[in-house]
Design a protein around this ligand. Sequence first.
Ligand code: SF4
Ligand code: SF4
Length: 315
Amino acid sequence: MEVRNLGNTGISVSTLCYGALPIGPLQADMPLREGAALIGYCLDRGVNFIDTAQVYKTYPYIREALRERRGTVVIATKAQAADYRGMREAIEQAAAEMGVERIDIMYLHAARVTPGVFVERREAIRCLCDAKAEGLIRAVGVSTHSVEVVRAAAEMAEIDVIMPVVNIEGTGIVSGDLDDMVSAIERAAGNGKGVVAQKALAGGHLIDRFREALEFVLRLPVSSVAVGMLSRHEVDADIAVFEGRQVPEETLSRIGKVNKSLRVQRFCKGCGTCERVCPNSAIKVFGGTAVVDGAKCILCGYCCPVCPEFALRLA
Ligand code: SF4
Ligand code: SF4
C-alpha cells in the first residue's frame, strides 16, 4: 500500500483510508466485534488511516480495533460544533472513546455550507488551533461537499487538511460541478493542504464501476481516499485497486450492486428536519411527507438520526 505525505502536516497516510461510517448505527449497524474485526483486517493489510465523525457513533469499533495497534494508526474525526466549548468537548470525547491520547486530524464537519462557515464557526476553529498548539490534535481540517468551501479553505493558514466530496460523476458536489471541484483540489494541494477524498463511490452508486471510479480519484492530487467497506471481499478488492493489482474473479463475484435505499415510513409528519440536514438536497417535503430523490441521495444516512418520528430507514 502506497503511503503519501498529508500535505504539510508531517503525517503520512496510506492512499486507502478506512471510512467508518457504513459499519455504524447510521447504516449497517454491525455488531461491535464484527465491525472491529473488519477494521483490523484492513489495518493488517497495510491501511494505516481511519476516518470517522462524532455523528457516525463508531468510536467504540475503532477503540476495539486499535487495542493492539495504538500509535501506529492515523485517526481522523469530525465534529459539527459551532462554538469553542462544543469543539473542545468533541475532541475530548473522541480521544476518550477511541482510547487514544490525541486525535491526528480533527475536521470541522461542514457538509452543506458556504464559506460563511468559517465566520459562523470561527470559535470552533479557534478551539481547533488551540488544541493543535496543545498537542491534543495534530492537524486542523474541514470536511465539505462544497466547491466554494474547498476554495476558501485552500487559502486559509488555519486549515491543514481538506476532505472534499469528489467522484467520477460529480455526485454530491455542491456550489459547483466536478471540474470546479477538481480545480479547487488542485489549488488546495498546490498550497500545501493535505487532501483526503470522500464519496469516491458516491455512497455505493458507483460500485459497478468501482475500479474506474477509484482510479479516477487516485489520479487527482489527493493524499488518500476514504472508502467505506462492509466486508473482507470489499477490503480485498479496494486494496487490489489501490495497489494496482487485478481484483481476483472470486472477489469480484462477491461484490455486488449496493441494494441499500432510503425509505420514508408512512408515519412521517412532514416536519422538514431531514430536508435541512441533507447535504445534497436529496430529500424534500411534498404534500406533507418527505420524498427522496434517488438520483441525488448518496445514502450517507445523515438524515436518519435527526428524524423526530424515526421515520427514515436506510437498509
Ligand atoms: S424528519 Fe422525519 S418526520 Fe420530519 S419530514 Fe423528515 S422523515 Fe418526515
Ligand atoms: S437524503 Fe439522507 S441519506 Fe440521502 S443524501 Fe440526504 S442526508 Fe444522505
